[in-house]
Design a binder for this molecule. Structure first.
Ligand code: ZN
Length: 386
């Protein structure tokens, strides 16, 4: 189940334009090849022959191997070298599950199975812009339940923060809308929130579009009020991408300038099934190592392109594998293992401890404030009575 629409053809075409140009010739060849043999079914000799042929024709030699070994240790050694300056992280729901945020897609534990109480015509309706405009209550009820700020960032979030502090983080591309990257200390500039964010909200009125802050939205949501624009009385919606809406333009513009510069891509907690987000893995330079930290292997599609050594899908295991590393398990453990290999483990654990303590202290303070406020209210009421 994909959370966002990505159906805007114009945007999709724009993002694909560069790749399409590069692969135009290849696609033609692919078609003719398909009619002769059935994809991977062709014999190895035939495939090797084609590979050599295409490599020669296109002037591609075997890509330079950047990692000494295809392992977490190989990646950490590269990260500590002079060659690794720009790290991009691509993250998904899996980095937030240990914070207690349900994964939208996993059946059973997932969000959609908990939606029955909202009497939706079908579960996805809750994130459909058309349905929302007519019937916003279910979304805001869910928002109250999932409200950002009630959760603490995970070890994985703080690992990304540590990358920033070490001067290695070029950008973090997130599919999550929980704002935990921001809570962990990443700034707007460090982030591309591909599916939007709760951090800001806007009036849905076509000619108004007034912006509202997180605290404004929070107050409405927790007062059980449907947020209405103070200027035009239209609905106000958090800036998360609904079905039927296009991705933030920042996603496309930033990806275009970032990905040619990436020295290391770290993909964490995403099954890489949602486009165009997933396609970003193939946008890094041909030599750029890609580390996947996830419960299962993913992103291995596009066999034809990867067979040509042209990026495309990830290749962890074939004898042609030269840059992709998969670490299987939960994201926090993966980040701890990587941090240990980098010699950063103590620093990471210290950062998590310190930040979590600060969040606890802040929430205790705000609880006290609310209590005091309520006490004052009661006092005033009593005074009035007298
Ligand atoms: Zn308005």
């Amino acid at each position: 189940m994909s959370f966002s629409p990505f159906s805007d053809p114009e945007v999709a075409v724009d993002s694909m334009a560069a790749e399409a140009k590069e692969t135009e010739e290849l696609t033609k060849s692919e078609d003719s090849e398909d009619s002769d043999s059935s994809g991977e079914g062709g014999s190895t000799t035939e495939m090797d022959f084609l590979r050599t042929l295409f490599s020669r024709t296109l002037g591609i030699s075997t890509p330079e191997k950047v990692l000494d070994e295809l392992s977490l240790e190989g990646v950490s050694k590269f990260m500590l070298s002079e060659k690794c300056k720009n790290v991009v992280c691509m993250v998904g729901a899996g980095i937030s599950t240990s914070a207690g945020i349900p994964d939208f897609r996993s059946p059973g534990s997932g969000l959609y199975s908990n939606l029955q109480k909202y009497n939706l015509p079908y579960p996805e309706a809750i994130f459909q812009i058309g349905f929302f405009k007519e019937n916003p209550e279910p979304f805001f009820a869910l928002a109250r339940e999932l409200y950002p700020g009630q959760f603490k960032p995970t070890i994985c979030h703080y690992f990304i923060r540590l990358l920033k502090e070490k001067g290695l983080l070029l950008r973090c591309y997130s599919q999550n809308i929980d704002t935990l990257e921001r809570v962990a200390g990443l700034l707007s500039d460090d982030l591309v929130e591909a599916h939007g964010t709760f951090h800001t909200s806007h009036c849905v009125g076509t000619f108004c579009k007034a912006e509202y802050s997180l605290s404004w939205m929070k107050e409405k949501i927790f007062s059980d009020l449907i947020p209405k624009c103070e200027k035009c009385n239209n609905l106000v919606k958090p800036d998360i991408v609904f079905f039927g809406e296009s991705l933030p333009s920042r996603f496309f513009s930033t990806a275009k300038s970032d990905f040619p510069k990436v020295d290391l891509l770290i993909v964490m907690g995403t099954s890489l099934q949602v486009q165009p987000f997933a396609s970003l893995v193939s946008k890094v330079p041909i030599n750029t190592p890609r580390l996947l930290i996830n419960k299962e292997k993913t992103g291995e599609g596009e066999t034809f392109l990867s067979f040509l050594g042209l990026g495309g899908g990830m290749d962890f295991d074939s004898d042609k594998a030269y840059r992709d590393v998969a670490w299987l398990g939960n994201c926090d453990d993966g980040c701890l293992a990587l941090a240990e290999s980098l010699g950063w483990k103590a620093e990471l654990e210290e950062l998590v401890k310190k930040e979590h303590a600060a969040i606890d202290a802040a929430s205790q303070k705000s609880e006290k404030k609310t209590e005091q406020k309520e006490e004052t209210k009661t006092d005033q009421k009593e005074e009035k009575k007298e």
